[in-house]
Design a protein around this ligand. Structure first.
Ligand code: AHM
Ligand code: MG
Length: 293
């Protein structure tokens, strides 16, 4: 099943084909690279390598005017400016989400968002978003204006495993990032309630954790912390694309007050608290944070 917009289809096909190579290329690249990313985090060799590979391929697609990633300070201009040319899109990528899991050999992902605007941009300008999950099987979830589809990836080919992916009605699992003593009191109160209702599943890679929430129903969150109120995850590369996928699948996303897709984008690497999951759980979270209980 292909995506109807040819530029989006080219992005999806490129990420899908590259994923098999990225997975193979992780062997021997688990160590730290010399530099830090623009968020001040240590980069793994694999982060830098996957970014270079995706930059080269995605920036050569006709109709892509900007390539931006968590691993590079500025967007790469590679065609007509998506801010002024309506036939040009920008693509934002987290080449290896959860790359600290390389050390322990746990799940990781690749995230992408296709924006009909110059970056940084609000999530409302996304025309498609998705992610690859490097689990026991390599899968890809793609959300467009029309639908959400899950594929299995083998040898560069993508095979549909689920059409019209939708949130399970009954929530089952939850995962919250950050250390409990660093959580603000109101979020801690909410988390205590959730602990009594759902089962903990947290693996340290947002894509692995969000994919479980999509499969079983529930909530994933990386809250604003006492030590860092803006949280850890980045709006352009993580919050927006995942918010788009979750909302297209019938769930809700939030920064604690509003949909992630309506958060104002001021800086390319800006961070945001991220909450995604079944709508009623996100509604409840927003009411709790609003009342400060
Ligand atoms: P990364 O994209 O640089 O690897 O960082 C983001 C990751 C997310 O995948 C995950 O939700 C979070 O960081 C885990 O952080 P923590 O180790 O604080 O639980
Ligand atoms: Mg990430």
């Amino acid at each position: 099943m292909t995506v109807s917009d040819p530029v989006v289809e080219a992005v999806v096909a490129t990420v899908g084909r590259s994923a098999t190579e990225i997975r193979r290329g992780l062997v021997g690249r688990r160590g730290a690279a010399d530099g830090e990313n623009p968020s001040g985090e240590t980069q793994a060799e694999a982060d830098v390598w996957a970014d270079d590979l995706l930059a080269e391929r995605l920036s050569s697609i006709d109709g892509i005017g900007q390539y931006a990633s968590e691993e590079r300070a500025e967007p790469l201009g590679c065609g007509a400016d998506p801010g002024t040319d309506s036939s040009s899109y920008a693509v934002a990528v987290d080449p290896l989400d959860g790359s600290s899991n390389l050390q322990s050999n746990n799940a990781m992902g690749t995230i992408f968002g296709v924006y009909d605007a110059a970056l940084p941009a609000r999530g409302e300008t996304l025309v498609a978003a998705g992610y690859v999950l490097y689990g026991p099987i390599t899968t890809m979830v793609v959300a467009t204006e029309e639908t959400v589809t899950e594929y299995e990836l083998t040898g560069g080919e993508r095979t549909v495993v689920e059409r019209d992916l939708a949130f399970p009605v009954e929530p089952t699992v939850y995962g919250f990032g950050g250390r409990v003593p660093d959580w603000p009191d109101d979020f801690r109160g909410y988390a205590r309630e959730i602990e009594d209702e759902l089962k903990l599943r947290y693996g340290g890679a947002m894509i692995g954790d969000v994919n479980q929430v999509l499969a079983y129903g529930g909530i994933f969150g990386y809250p604003g912390l006492e030590s860092r109120p803006e949280g850890k995850l980045r709006l352009q590369f993580e919050g927006n694309p995942i918010g788009y996928v979750v909302e297209r699948a019938g769930g809700r996303s939030s920064d604690g007050e509003r949909s992630l897709l309506s958060v104002e984008a001021d800086e390319l690497h800006q961070r945001t608290p991220v909450y995604v999951g079944n709508a009623e759980l996100i509604d409840r979270l927003e009411s709790t944070l609003e009342s400060g209980d």
